[in-house]
Design a binder for this molecule. Sequence first.
Ligand SMILES: [Mg+2]
Length: 197
Amino acid sequence: MKAIIFDFDGVIHDTFDLAYKINVGLFGEELTEEKYRDFFNGNIFENKDLKKKDNDDFFKLQNEAFKYLKIDENIKNNLEKLHEKYALFIISSNQEEALNTYFQNNKFTHIFKEIMGAETHQSKIEKFKYLFEKYKLNVNDCVFVTDTLGDILEGNKAGIKTIAVDFGFHKRDRLEKGNPFKIVSSFDDVVREIEKM
Ligand SMILES: [Mg+2]
């Protein structure tokens, strides 16, 4: 294993409540938590119910809220540990602007070689291809760590193995539908699984 590619939301930071509340503000109370979780069964930008303006309004509010997020100490320590042995990347549907703010504020910008968000491409499949080419990586030397079925399915299309975490946006039963390589329940277990690969 040479490179670990992380999703951000629900993996590195539990942003579910923050994101859900902003969306209730935009769409009203009829957006239940379950309906919101369904947004992530596929690529969020391919969701026909979400207009470009919805995404723009969401990111405006979310990016402001991201200024106040503090990274979890245990996740931070585990990422430091992985950083010693592997090249670490982020492929996210969130905006690079928000993620850069987060890592700058948490003084943690040295950990990831590159952060690829919505500004790079809306498709995660395209971002995987771009990353493999740019860093001359073979897909078999990489693993993707994520928390949603939609991401697992995009990972499958790119041919990358996925470690799914069940402490993010989707629970185990939903993650299983994407047939990930492994499903784990803590960040410590993410590290353990990577070290076994
Ligand atoms: Mg996620």
